[in-house]
Every structure is written in C-alpha cells, then in structure tokens.
Design a protein around this ligand. Structure first.
Ligand code: GDP
Ligand code: CA
Length: 314
C-alpha cells in the first residue's frame, strides 16, 4: 500500500514517525505545512518541516515538542544580551539548520531540494516534502482587527488574540512540489495526521492542485482533539472562537468532503453515530501517542484501517 501523509509539526510528526517505522521509504511520503515559515534574525525558519525531520531522525526534543535533543543556548543568550529579539528560542544546533538553509535558499536552491539534502544527512530515508517551494504564509486575522503573522500569534502573543479568520497569503500563486503531487497521484491512501486542521492541514490544501489530487483518493484522518481538547496548541480554542464546539466530530466535519475514514479516541465514542451518518467509516481507539511504542501502535491501526477501507471499495 502506497501512503502519503499530510502533517504539521508536533502532532503530525508523532504519527508520521510511527508510520515510518512500519512502511518502506518507497511506500510512505510526507508532505509538510510550510505556511508557518518566517524570517527571524535574517534566517529563514521552517518550524513544521524541522519538527518532522528532527522527529524522524531521532533528534527531536521530546520534552518541548520542538527543537533538538541535547540542545545548548549560547547564541540565544548572547543575542539577548545584545538586546536582540528573544521571543523565538533558537538553540545552537537548530541554528545551524537555519543558517545552512538560509544560505542555500539565498543561492537559489529550492526548499524541497535543501530538505532532501538535510534528510540524507540526517539519515531519513522516507521522502519529506515541503508543501511548496513558493512562500505561503498563514495570517491570523483577529476580532480586534489585527493581521498577525503566524509565529507572532503563536509564539510572541502565545495564541492569546481571538481568531476571526485565517488568510493563507501567497497560496493562490503557489505551486505544489511536483514530486509531492505525483506521490499523491500514485498513492493508494492519503492520511491527514493529527495536526491542527486550521493552520497545519488547511494551508497544504490551499495550494492549488493538492485538493483535486487528494479528492481522487481515499483519505483517513486522525483526530487531533481528544475529549474536545487539543493536547498542545490552539486547535480547540480556534474552533471555539470560530463558533464551532471543538470535538472529534467537528474535525471530521472539517474534512468531510475528503474522508473515507476517521480515527477518533475512545473518550469520543458517543460521536461515532453522528460521524457515520456522514458516510464516514470511523475507527475508535486510543489515539494518544505518549511514546514511540504508542506511535507505532496507532500507525499500525491506521494502516490496517486504511487497508480495510480500500478492500471495501474494491
Ligand atoms: P504544530 O504545527 O507543532 O502545532 O503541530 P501540529 O499541527 O502537527 O499538531 C498540533 C495538534 O497535535 C494539536 O491539536 C494536538 O492536539 C495534536 N496532538 C499532539 N499530540 C497528539 C497525540 O499524541 N495524539 C493525537 N491524536 N493528537 C495529538
Ligand atoms: Ca506548525
């Protein structure tokens, strides 16, 4: 079975890590949100791409959920002591990633090419693609009339502003990475990882071409919400502010046009019937990934569920 997974950062990376333990590099490709990307201290930073790659390479910091294992902070401290910006924490090793990426981008290389080279270097065998080599930027429009770059909203303002809507700046003119689009076309199954639907998966779907290609394929999504709550980040808060009660069913509804299957937590069993009424097949299981073993266990269940769905439609 050939699988393509769509992912943002922390939640997406965990499932993708489990999938990568079970599928050969030929059978799993990963397409990552880059609408969180921004410039900081002149560096070009791709937070979700780095989270996914560090996780697959076993270099991720499991405590913070972002950045690298065994990180040091010499440069960050020195920048702060010079009065430089310190609202986004960059560790010394992480900084090396941004320095090299920025230099390569400035020399005219593509983000997908640079990512491929980094992955080779880090021993990642499954193909990881940024959603686009063109810039797409999530702008958070707030009820107070502000338009905030995503990292300003997410990190500097700690997700406090109340969301009114999102704009994916540049999306209309962005092109999918051709190999990523081709992987979808050649796939048997597309998986939406348990990432933030609003600001991790929607930006990928906003790049012209993906939506159409994915519509042709069976899609299984894993809920990022358990018991109406996000494990980390503002997904539930965003649903509330946009006038939707956060729940597994709300996520299934969000992706309704695509879904053949939906994976949700036992706690949310009560919403099963509602979701199945939408002609979506649901799998109820434990969707919390607290360690490597549970990532692999959930990934295995999702793949088996995907196989069942494929067999039904044959
Ligand atoms: P970000 O870009 O780093 O914010 O990461 P994502 O968008 O990929 O993931 C954020 C989402 O992951 C949040 O809504 C979390 O609820 C979800 N998440 C984190 N850990 C888990 C987990 O173990 N299981 C599930 N099902 N969702 C998770
Ligand atoms: Ca992100």
């Amino acid at each position: 079975m050939k699988v393509v997974a769509l992912a943002g950062g922390v939640g997406g990376a965990k499932l993708v890590d489990g999938l990568a333990s079970l599928l050969l590099p030929d059978d799993l490709s990963i397409i990552v949100n880059t609408a969180d990307d921004f410039e900081y201290l002149t560096l070009k930073i791709s937070p979700d791409l780095d989270t996914v790659c560090y996780t697959l390479a076993g270099l991720a910091n499991p405590v913070t959920g972002w950045g690298r294992l065994d990180e040091t902070w010499q440069v960050f401290k020195a920048v702060g002591s010079l009065g430089g910006p310190d609202w986004f924490r960059l560790g010394d090793h992480d900084l090396a990633t941004h320095l090299v990426r920025t230099q390569c981008l400035n020399q005219g290389q593509t983000l997908s090419g640079i990512t491929q080279a980094f992955c080779r270097n880090w021993g990642i065998r499954h193909p990881v693609y940024p959603m686009s080599d063109d810039p797409v930027r999530t702008i958070v429009n707030t009820v107070d009339g502000e338009s905030l770059g995503f990292q300003i909203y997410f990190v500097k303002r700690a997700c406090q502003p109340v969301v009114e809507s999102f704009t994916f700046q540049g999306a209309k003119d962005a092109r999918p990475v051709p190999e990523a689009l081709q992987k979808i076309q050649q796939s048997d199954l597309v998986i939406f990882a348990p990432s933030n639907p609003w600001v991790s998966i929607d930006p990928i779907l906003s790049v012209p071409g993906y939506r159409e290609a994915i519509s042709e394929k069976p899609v299984v999504a894993v809920s990022p919400l358990i018991g109406g709550k996000a494990l980390k980040g503002p997904a539930a808060k965003m649903y509330r502010e946009l006038g939707v009660q956060p729940s597994a069913a709300a996520v299934a509804d969000h992706y309704r046009e695509f879904l053949a299957g939906f994976v949700m937590d036992r706690i949310d069993q009560g919403q099963l019937e509602k979701i199945e009424r939408w002609r979506i097949i649901a799998l109820v299981t434990d969707i919390l990934m607290k360690d490597k073993q549970s990532r692999i266990r959930l990934a295995g269940e999702v793949l088996e569920f995907g196989e069942t769905i494929l067999n039904r439609s044959r």
